[in-house]
Ligand binder design. Structure first.
Ligand SMILES: [Zn+2]
Length: 398
């Protein structure tokens, strides 16, 4: 088995984690911020030290290439993102970039020469934000049907032309593999070292409004109120009870607003978002129908829902998944086949090329938090699985 340099992997990850870290608050490394550029330069320097040809594309994605024996063959791409949510942890995204870099360094140092070029990528702006999330990977794969408004692009020194220039022909790549922390509790709870996602859940969001009548909170008798808040509580109770019975699907309620939101006034209107995530489109459609039925049961108010986001589920590549499984099986590493409940750069990538992911456990399932943590043993194992998977993909591609 190709082994990796554990000390170097952990050291690089921790050093990278200092860039943008605020004591007691977590990581603040928003895409395009000065600390983001500093972090990207840090990786770029490591790439150059490893003898890779590095370049930053027109939207800010960073690439480092280890050429293969066949210069014209499609490349194997591996990596993740470098940006973080505000107050996030040091592992989300960054781990995948460092693990890829380490996999590549290990392959190079072993004296092995791959047939296919191997490229490490650090995608920009994966996290949700004004640019819409997975911005770097969507630009790279040419999936920007509705680019962000020009005024937002300008804020980041971007333009439609720059987005277009970042697109690379999909024929140039044979596979994408991304290592990532699980960001959920499953592997940690079940004491399994490696998770292998079969797909990335789809996301549907609805903006809901419950419309009642604002009125005096002291003089209007309880049973005569058109209290939008009361009605919302009843409707959401029904909805959440329904969803709690469902498997392989999750939902959340957010961005809650009660209007006018004053203690002297009966709430006249409530707004909130409902989000549903699942790997199965049909299940999500059924849930949406159920939500509509439930909202129609409103007694004293009118309830409405409008679709705001619909991202279909993404299937990862069976052959690549099989290769990851084989690698883990060969080295007796316990694995779990699972869904990814979080969105990743692998989603847009999987739409244009075979893609797979390798998950490592998140302690207590905590992520998008300063307390995000993955044990060193698992970080190293994930990088090792990644390195060996890349070697096998190279052989498989011939
Ligand atoms: Zn991530």
């Amino acid at each position: 088995m190709l082994s990796i340099n554990r000390e170097r992997l952990i050291r690089d990850l921790q050093e990278l984690g200092k860039i943008g870290w605020v004591e007691d608050k977590g990581l603040f490394r928003e895409a395009y911020s000065p600390v983001y550029i500093e972090a990207r330069d840090f990786i770029r320097q490591r790439m150059e030290e490893a003898g890779l040809h590095s370049k930053v594309d027109s939207v800010g994605n960073l690439f480092g290439l280890l050429p293969g024996r066949k210069p014209d063959a499609p490349r194997i791409l591996t990596g993740s993102h470098l940006d973080a949510v505000k107050g996030g942890g040091i592992y989300d995204g960054a781990y995948g970039v460092i693990a890829s870099l380490e996999a590549l360094r290990s392959i190079r140092e072993s004296g092995m020469e791959l047939e296919h070029g191997l490229e490490v990528v650090a995608f920009i702006a994966e996290e949700a934000g004004p640019l819409g999330g997975t911005f770097g990977s969507r630009s790279f794969t040419g999936q920007m049907e509705t680019p962000p408004p020009d005024e937002i692009l300008q804020r980041y020194g971007l333009s439609r032309e720059r987005i277009q220039a970042a697109q690379r022909p999909k024929e140039a790549y044979a596979a994408f593999i991304e290592a990532h922390i699980e960001q959920g509790p499953v592997l940690w709870q079940e004491r399994i070292s490696i998770g292998i996602p079969t797909g990335i859940v789809g996301i549907t969001r609805y903006q809901c409004r419950v419309l009642g009548e604002a009125n005096h909170a002291g003089t209007t008798p309880m049973l005569e109120r058109k209290d939008a808040f009361y009605e919302t509580v009843v409707l959401l109770h029904r909805w959440l009870d329904y969803m709690r019975q469902e498997n392989d699907m999750v939902c959340n309620v957010g961005n809650f607003r009660v209007l006018p939101g004053q203690i002297g006034i009966v709430p006249g209107e409530v707004e909130f978002l409902i989000e549903i995530r699942s790997l199965e489109t049909q299940k999500m459609e059924r849930a949406v129908d159920k939500l509509r039925q439930i909202l129609e049961t409103a007694q004293t108010c009118r309830a409405e829902m409008v679709l705001t986001i619909s991202k279909p589920p993404v299937e990862l590549d069976e052959t690549l998944i099989g290769i990851v499984e084989d690698v883990c099986c060969t080295y007796h590493i316990p694995t779990k086949i699972m869904a990814s409940g979080a969105s990743h750069d692998a989603s847009p990538l999987a739409r244009v090329m075979p893609a797979a992911m390798v998950f490592v456990p998140s302690v207590k399932g905590i992520s998008h938090s300063k307390d995000e943590y993955t044990e060193s043993e698992h970080l190293c194992l994930g990088a090792k699985v990644l390195a060996n998977t890349i070697v096998r993909i190279d052989k498989h591609l011939g």
